[in-house]
Design a protein around this ligand. Sequence first.
Ligand SMILES: *Cc1c(COP(=O)(O)O)cnc(C)c1O
Length: 400
Amino acid sequence: MLSWEQTPSLEPMRCCRAWVEINLAALKHNVQQFRSLLPAATQLMAVVKANAYGHGAVTVAQTALQAGASWLGVATVPEGIELRAAGLQAPILVMGAVNSTAEIEAMAHWRLQPTLVSPKQALVFSETLAQMAATRPLEVHLKIDTGMARLGYPWAEAVDFVRFVQPLPHLTIASLYSHLATADEPDRTVLQQQQQRFNTAIAALHQQRLLPPRLHLANTAATLADSALHYDQVRVGLGLYGLYPAPHLRHRIDLQPVMQVKARITHIQAVPAGTGVSYGHKYVCDRPMRLAVVGIGYADGVPRALSNRLQVMIQGHLAQQVGTITMDQLMLDVTHIPHLQAGDVVTLLGCDGQHTIGPDDWATMTNTISWEILCGFKHRLPRIAVERPLSTPATAQSQG
Ligand SMILES: *Cc1c(COP(=O)(O)O)cnc(C)c1O
């Protein structure tokens, strides 16, 4: 498929029907805000899995590293390879589970650091690397489960786990880590239990002189919630993209949204009262109206569940979306906005004049979380890096 980079005449901000704008100034600002919470020795891992939460992994990774992050976190081996192939040199942790020989070989080749969750898996890694006659040891990260019930070896058996892995040839233990299940909730009961379990495992390892060189536990929410959760490294995803995991965590630092989603009006028409709009005629005009067709739909990441509820911004006005959102297009009531024409730009997420609409707004309306809204923007939308001035913290507060 020909991309707009190969055909400069299709440069998105001039003519494409829809695109995602990534404000690198906001991204750098957010990285610096997190850095300001951390002592110099504490590492900041930029979590760039899922194409950097829909923002574009390579550009985000490069920018985050320039701004003060020192590690990259991904979920899968191909995500790690994409970063290495783009020339990124920083250490990369693969947080998902890896078992296949092909993936282990690729990890060694591309210097991607695995998460190990059991002695058995560690043995497979060690044996595969031996068969490859790997020349240098692979740095591995041991994950213990302290209460997420996803990946990790039981926390109470951390000593056995480390004792098993430590002597294995071709592996070097780089860190011990765990993941929190409820760090974004105001009630800290489960969080404290997980923290205690992590600390108990650490104390036991310390006593046996088996403590790995680095420890980490915190995602964005935990990083904002409590510096006692920072340990030697924090793994920050959502916050880098300018969103808060929960309202009660907003006060610590100023975060600025990085993503804006924009699309063009492709067609405008006047319709009489009684006109049924889009599939199923779920909207019927109660008066003569002017409708604008916009070139973006659910295949691009606009949830179909927002049909008839979505509001967008055009030239400082709000406009109501009407009818079912289709795969590639949606319709707006623009009766109240004068002088619009095909080619004019609509902002779906971002700000325009007095108005701001964020992923949190869409998440609330569709009963999901902002993480899923961000990841929902797929490859069909070009990512355009821009450097825009930041809004003042006071304006940012009113968002989402
Ligand atoms: C995705 C992920 C993170 C980042 O979470 P945010 O809430 O987006 O900061 C951190 N650690 C692990 C293990 C993850 O899978």
